[in-house]
Design a binder for this molecule. Structure first.
Ligand SMILES: CC(C)(COP(=O)(O)OP(=O)(O)OC[C@H]1O[C@@H](n2cnc3c(N)ncnc32)[C@H](O)[C@@H]1OP(=O)(O)O)[C@@H](O)C(=O)NCCC(=O)NCCS
Length: 159
């Protein structure tokens, strides 16, 4: 399978939003990915294509608050193409972008119930930061991090 990776542009918003909730197993995610991300962070965000068709995407940016930090807001891979290395390709390309910008850490957050995401990130070298609670798998998380009931695992990786 040949995966082509390119940066995102605003025209990618509609096709990604169309599949987003399905790719997250029916969870309502589209409110968390408004078009402004495509308008402002396209240059540090990526699409993966297989035979010219969207196979995955990564929405990431360099932190304006901390010049040493890059942040991944979203990553998603077509369910039919999971486990084939598409997520790894997207992350490794983003790490290159972050290194070139002299970042030394990549951060992201995920839900404590998203055990696949936690496993993927740990495999990619991320470690969960200490929190105030642990999920059933023993992963620490921050309660109410993104508002009431919106718990998050905070993940960090040194470049
Ligand atoms: C998480 C996600 C992006 C992973 O993409 P993917 O293309 O399937 O991942 P890859 O095939 O590149 O896997 C990379 C590594 O992670 C591991 N991995 C991926 N998913 C895993 C899982 N569910 N459990 C354990 N390990 C996993 C792979 O074994 C692989 O390890 P290796 O390269 O050392 O052999 C994909 O499952 C997805 O889109 N999930 C739904 C959206 C989501 O939850 N996104 C994250 C939160 S924003």
């Amino acid at each position: 399978m040949s995966v082509v990776v390119r940066t995102l542009c605003v025209e990618d918003y509609a096709p990604i939003i169309r599949v987003l909730n399905d790719w997250w197993g029916g969870r309502h995610m589209s409110d968390m990915l408004p078009k402004l991300f495509f308008e402002h962070f396209g240059a540090t965000s990526l699409a993966a294509e297989v035979d010219g068709v969207l196979a995955g995407f990564l929405m990431g940016f360099l932190s304006p608050a901390d010049p040493g930090q890059a942040y991944i807001h979203f990553v998603g891979v077509d369910p039919a193409l999971r486990g084939l290395g598409v997520g790894r390709v997207l992350y490794e390309r983003f790490f290159e972008i972050a290194r070139k910008a002299r970042c030394d850490v990549v951060r992201c957050v995920t839900s404590p119930v998203n055990v696949s995401s936690i496993a993927f990130h740990q495999r990619m070298g991320f470690v969960p930061l200490p929190g105030d609670a642990v999920n059933s798998g023993g992963t620490p998380f921050h309660s109410d991090y993104d508002g009431p009931g919106e718990h998050r695992v905070l993940l960090s990786m040194s470049l």
